[in-house]
Design a protein around this ligand. Sequence first.
Ligand code: ADP
Length: 184
Amino acid sequence: MTRLIFLGPPGSGKGTQAQILAQDLNIPHISTGEILRQAMQEQTPLGIKAQYYVNSGELVPDELVQDLVQERLSQPDTQSGWILDGFPRKVTQAVFLEKLLAETDQNGERVVNLDAPDDVVVARLLARGRKDDTEEVIRRRLEVYRAETAPLIDYYRDRQKLLTVNGDQPQEEVTQELRDLIAS
Ligand code: ADP
């Protein structure tokens, strides 16, 4: 049973790595960013509420993402494990998740901190060119990451759930390191 949370700055490669591992393990890759972008594209009520925040690099209000994660983690395909990518992104969300997992008997999650320096992640994001990857929005996402998300590193380290991987190496090497870590 693998339950993994991916932490790391935007551009650290967590989405790519999470997808590869999820495929390896045959468990769902749950990316809150992807779910939100899909909802925006379809202009669902969630997408309409989220779009201002996503497009400006701000965090979407907790309630919206918490509801979507709760809903997603209640689907039958999550019974054999999951990888969460982009959630939690702040301490209040981590507290929510901890409670949700305890209540639904889904404990034993581990947290991978995929780290990479600012200059590396900015270069990768500019090359990627997603709609919210303009220089200004990237800068804001990094600020929000430092202020709101990075504190989760200590939060999970204190709870002895943290694994750290250097995201500043070739993609295949990151994947191999992750596979070794998860197997151990
Ligand atoms: P990146 O990895 O480049 O930061 P994501 O796809 O993970 O991109 O997220 C894109 C955007 O979706 C974020 O900038 C934010 O607006 C929104 N978002 C995703 N997950 C969350 C979350 N857990 N809480 C609040 N907002 C979120």
